[in-house]
Design a protein around this ligand. Sequence first.
Ligand SMILES: O=C(CO)COP(=O)(O)O
Ligand SMILES: O=C[C@H](O)COP(=O)(O)O
Ligand SMILES: [Zn+2]
Ligand SMILES: [Zn+2]
Length: 354
Amino acid sequence: MSLVSMRELLDHAAENGYGIPAFNVNNLEQVQAVMAAADEVGAPVILQASAGARKYAGEAFIKHLIQAAIEQYPHIPLVMHQDHGQSPAICQGAIDLGFSSVMMDGSLMEDGKTPASFDYNVEVTRKVVEMAHRVGVTVEGELGCLGSLETGEAGEEDGIGAVGKLDHSQMLTDPEEAAQFVKATQLDALAIAIGTSHGAYKFTRKPTGDILSIQRVKDIHARLPNTHLVMHGSSSVPQELLAIIRQYGGNMKETYGVPVEEIQEAIKYGVRKINIDTDIRLAMTAAVRKFLFENPEKFDAREWLKPAREAAKQICKQRYMEFGCEGQAGKIKGHNLQVVAGMYAQGVLKQVVN
Ligand SMILES: O=C(CO)COP(=O)(O)O
Ligand SMILES: O=C[C@H](O)COP(=O)(O)O
Ligand SMILES: [Zn+2]
Ligand SMILES: [Zn+2]
């Protein structure tokens, strides 16, 4: 099976009541970790590359690392997804590079910092839908700005996020606007704002409903029962990884992530794609710190990259199991993108809006 459409994977997840973690990848070891985890549990794969990843690794390396994953694991349906595209031009570039799915993040302007108007968001997202669907590529859009309901800040640590304070109405996607947005754009998956934010510092305490609104997921799902919802900023920030990082010389403040049980609840109400980057970063950093502390004489990079890769694999495997992906890979047909393009053209993948 070659590259598949993200729409096909998310449709399968919706039909069978599970969610798929989308892991951010930047290098060889992270790609290998995700693939090994998926292979062990029989999970379908969404590998996503941010603009930062494409810059870090270089376009050709990102493309060929993912193609290597397909070659090494031909039995695993795999989506190559561009995370947080800031403009139609960036999305077009990703499509040209061979990505089978793109995110047009029009909730912010092209600078990735200024909250955009609804009309701007509709315009850029619709433009990307037109060019992507023509070639069978999936489109994720975003409505509402990610940010902390505790502080009103977006958590700018990843370079993507509104600058300055936001009010609650900007940080909680409105169900009525979501319905209008999906109707107008006909995208495939909608990222929503419910109180999550990127990076390790999401919540100062274990989140309750006032700062992480799973109720908002339910309200949006009631209006959009057939639209796949996406949760960004969904790392769980495991306390045991923070403890290892601190034990071996790291300096991380007290912080809490999105509890897995909250994600599992959201999966019952239409969340199909769950974005995870930070948990992999924490797992790898904890493993490298521990290894180098315990083996100060070692200097072969392969020796410390191995435990880092293994730690990343473990966290990925755990999330695949927790979100219900086990054994699903073998059930996916894996249409080629031309077939999917034909389905869009016939209107069979149109969104139903209540
Ligand atoms: O949303 C993400 C990538 O788009 C990643 O979120 P985390 O920082 O919570 O891992
Ligand atoms: O969306 C944010 C992801 O965590 C990617 O982060 P990055 O831009 O540092 O690669
Ligand atoms: Zn965004
Ligand atoms: Zn994100």
